[in-house]
Ligand binder design. Structure first.
Ligand code: ADP
Length: 470
């Protein structure tokens, strides 16, 4: 019983294997003993009483064997059992069975006769050695005309074999029904097991393929509810694994790219210095400044990566304090204004001076805003426009960074906040790990707010930070 199939088949067969035969045997026993035998005894007793009453009118029957035999011959066709007449000494006078002829005149060795002669009727079920089978025996005393004494006995004797024979057929039917039930239940168990086995095997195979790294395919969610939810759980796992796998790929690709470029630049600068460039003070300064820029870039990269690490470890903590946005925002925007103008972009900042104060971590807020602004400046071609507005609505402060850059296609808008994701447009730009928006999003959410994007490809993008006032 190791497989589901064997267990299901057995559990379906057990009722037919046990219940039907047991019920059949019990029912047959009860019907045979309580109903048929009881009916037979009372029917025989009724017939015997009638014959006894009839015999009372023929006193000659009890003194002469021939008269007795004639009486029996007249009654016999109307009686279903063997009819015997016995005299007051228990001797056989006549019998409807010709085989009893040799016994006529002899005393029968039946212990009940003594009781009957004392006036009591007797009914018994016994084994007849003479007939070699079970019989129902009924003895009824026949009274003399004056009712003072018993003059003879009417005995009716019915073979039980006929009853048993009738029930044989019922027994056979029960056996056949059990067998049929057995086959049917085995079939039902087998079919059910197959219906369960197939999807389970499919899921097991899918898990094995997943474990061996051969496939990350989803499986159909079919079958009974439990199997469906198992398949669904598997698909959720596969989807999660796919995301992780994609993230890992993107991380590695971006890392190779992002580390390769500054390392190449540093290597070239070192080569130049070793090759004698350090003898020209101006060139040396330029090379060292370039190297510092690359090291700074690597440091920022490491900062971004450590942010992701902190986020995964759940270690992102905010140092909140009141931040008067009306005053703080223009200061935070100043360096970005410079770099936008440096790139030849039009810079428009509309910050109301009466913006309320907010409980926030100003450094983290500046980082989130900085990531949005650095993207806007990087992706917008020179001659374009970068604008920052802010205001209060629906119990929250909003800060919006808009640009007239290439915009973000709708299918990418939902993905740009996932770690290491870089849009198709962005891949043309040399720098970027695909972490800027992820970090900005995490920081805004840590402040209890949300970050929204609206963008029309070809026209520009708008990122809005919403921060609750409470
Ligand atoms: P990175 O800029 O390093 O690629 P980000 O997480 O900052 O990563 O941005 C993810 C992607 O979102 C970018 O690769 C780019 O495709 C898109 N994106 C972000 N900001 C802008 C923007 N202002 N204009 C156009 N595309 C943008």
């Amino acid at each position: 019983m190791h497989t589901l199939r064997q267990r299901l088949i057995l559990s379906h067969m057990l009722p037919s294997l046990l219940l039907i035969p047991i019920m059949g045997i019990v029912l047959i026993y009860v019907i045979e003993t309580r109903v048929v035998l009881a009916n037979l005894s009372s029917e025989l007793t009724g017939q015997a009483v009638l014959i006894a009453e009839l015999a009372e009118d023929y006193p000659g029957v009890w003194s002469d064997a021939e008269t007795a035999q004639a009486f029996v011959a007249r009654i016999d066709p109307r009686v279903s059992a063997r009819l015997m007449l016995l005299d007051r000494d228990g001797r056989l006078l006549a019998s409807s069975d010709p085989a009893d002829a040799p016994l006529v005149g002899s005393r029968l060795a039946v212990p009940e006769i003594a009781h009957v002669l004392s006036g009591r009727a007797q009914v018994r079920t016994t084994y007849s050695r003479h007939l070699h089978e079970e019989v129902v025996d009924v003895f009824i005393p026949v009274w003399a005309f004056d009712e003072r004494q018993v003059v003879g006995i009417v005995r009716l004797n019915h073979r039980l074999a006929t009853v048993h024979e009738r029930f044989l057929r019922v027994r056979q039917t029960v056996a056949l029904v059990s067998l049929g039930g057995l086959l049917l239940s085995a079939l039902v168990g087998w079919t059910l097991a197959l219906h369960l086995e197939r999807p389970l095997e499919r899921i097991t195979r899918a898990i094995q393929l997943l474990a061996s790294g051969q496939s990350l395919d989803l499986i159909p969610e079919q079958g009974p509810r439990e199997i469906r939810s198992l398949a669904h759980a598997f698909n959720v796992l596969v989807t999660r694994l796919r995301t992780l796998e994609e993230t890992r790929h993107r991380l590695l690709a971006n890392l190779v790219h992002e580390l390769g470029r500054p390392l190449g630049a540093l290597h070239s600068a070192i080569q130049a210095l070793l090759g004698g460039a350090d003898e020209d003070p101006r060139l040396r300064r330029e090379l060292l400044a370039g190297m510092e820029g690359e090291v700074e870039h690597l440091r920022r990269l490491l900062d971004d990566l450590s942010h992701v690490h902190d986020q995964l470890a759940g270690a992102l903590e905010l140092a909140r304090r009141p931040v008067p946005l009306g005053k703080w925002l223009p200061q935070a925007l100043a360096p970005w204004r410079a770099s936008a103008q440096e790139k030849g972009l039009q810079w428009v900042a509309t910050i109301p001076a009466d913006l309320p104060a907010l409980q926030a971590d100003p450094d983290r807020l500046a980082q989130a805003l900085g990531n949005l602004l650095s993207n806007a400046i990087m992706y917008t071609p020179s001659g374009g426009r970068v604008a920052v507005d802010a205001g209060v609505a629906d119990g929250a402060v909003w800060i919006r960074v808009s640009d007239t850059g290439p915009g973000i296609p709708p299918d990418e808008q939902a993905r740009i906040f996932t770690p290491f994701y870089r849009g198709r447009q962005a891949r043309r730009f040399p720098q970027g790990m695909g972490l800027g928006l992820t970090i900005a999003h995490d920081l805004v959410v840590a402040h209890g707010g949300r970050l929204e994007v609206e963008s029309t490809p070809g026209q520009g993008s708008r990122f809005t930070i919403w921060l609750p006032l409470e």
